[in-house]
Ligand binder design. Structure first.
Ligand SMILES: O=c1ccn([C@@H]2O[C@H](COP(=O)(O)O)[C@@H](O)[C@H]2O)c(=O)[nH]1
Length: 293
């Protein structure tokens, strides 16, 4: 498996630009790498570190050529302790070597002083866990995420802030406030950050900032009901819920409307269930990507 160190800051274009180019080149699919115990069993692997490593590297090699990004689910590595995190480090390095963008789905969020340490871990130059981007939870206040947003912008990396999540329970917090909802405030704050970013469109790619949003593919009419103008934010939109959680490409086109070009649909179990055969995995990802195209 190829290995590569994070590049120096100066050599890396802004994350939004790199993501837009990858989406133009490979399509709007992010392949989730979620080594659930049930999937390990289905692949004939043990629920241990060797099984985790085989699963993750097999999925990466099969899926990297057909996905704009890969998204390892950090919790499923953490459950194996420090050895699991070492596998995640190896996976992130291998993704760099295969030239596919990585999104560490860690959903970090804390008071600013601690947030700086999370930022160093996931976005810091030279950190063994550094990914191209990381998911963040804004429920200690959007501004508490500032150290991560700033570091991402300095290093050509990105963040995806939870806006409207794909799970049905999310609405009980995120929809509160109706037309001035919690979600709307967070989404508009991301838009403000992207307005200050150096955002330029590529020849066949939309102009995307480096502060992304997580908006579930399953949220239905919520964007419209809450009066949210996603297109105005220029945020890359990571959309989980496609596949195993039930959202179809058609549902997503309806939900995202004029912001469709910003959407990076992510699917994990829906693709990974086709493993361990590499050709089967790739075919499942290509089918998902073609449905979205
Ligand atoms: O709102 C959210 C935020 C993150 N996720 C994550 O995405 C994947 C979805 O996996 P599937 O197997 O495709 O359902 C998983 O890692 C979640 O933690 C989300 O689903 N919803």
């Amino acid at each position: 498996m190829p290995d590569a160190q994070p590049q120096p800051t100066a050599a890396r274009a802004p994350f939004g630009r790199r993501l837009a180019a990858a989406m133009a080149d490979r399509g709007p699919l992010c392949a989730g790498i979620d080594p659930h115990p049930s999937l390990l069993a289905q692949w004939g692997l043990d629920d241990d570190v060797a099984g985790l490593r085989r699963f993750s590297l097999t999925a990466l090699e099969a899926l990297a050529p057909v996905a704009a990004a890969v998204k390892p689910q950090v919790a499923l590595f953490e459950r194996h302790g420090s050895a699991g995190l070492a596998v995640l480090e190896e996976l992130l390095a291998a993704a760099r070597g295969l030239d596919v963008l990585s999104i560490a789905d860690a959903k970090r969020g804390d008071i600013g002083s601690t947030m700086a340490a999370y930022a160093d871990a996931w976005l810091g130059e030279g950190s063994p866990l550094a990914a191209d981007s990381v998911t963040l939870s804004p429920y200690l206040g959007y501004e508490s995420l500032r150290p991560a947003i700033d570091l991402a912008q300095r290093t050509g990396r990105g963040v995806f802030v939870l806006g409207l999540t794909s799970n049905p329970e999310g609405a009980s917090v995120q929809h509160v406030g109706a037309q001035a909802s919690v979600a709307k405030r967070i989404i508009e704050a991301a838009g403000t950050d992207n307005a200050g970013d150096d955002v330029v469109p590529g020849p066949s790619a939309p102009a995307l900032g480096s502060v992304g949003l997580v908006i579930g593919a399953t949220v239905g009419e919520a964007l419209e009901e809450l009066g949210i103008d996603l297109a105005a934010t220029r945020a890359p939109v990571l959309a989980p819920g496609f596949g195993a959680q039930g959202a179809t490409a058609e549902d997503m086109r309806r939900t995202f409307g004029g912001a469709w070009e910003q959407v990076l649909a992510t699917s994990s179990r829906g693709i990974l269930a086709a493993g361990p055969d590499a050709a089967g995995l790739r075919a499942a990802a290509e089918k998902a990507r073609d449905e979205l195209a």
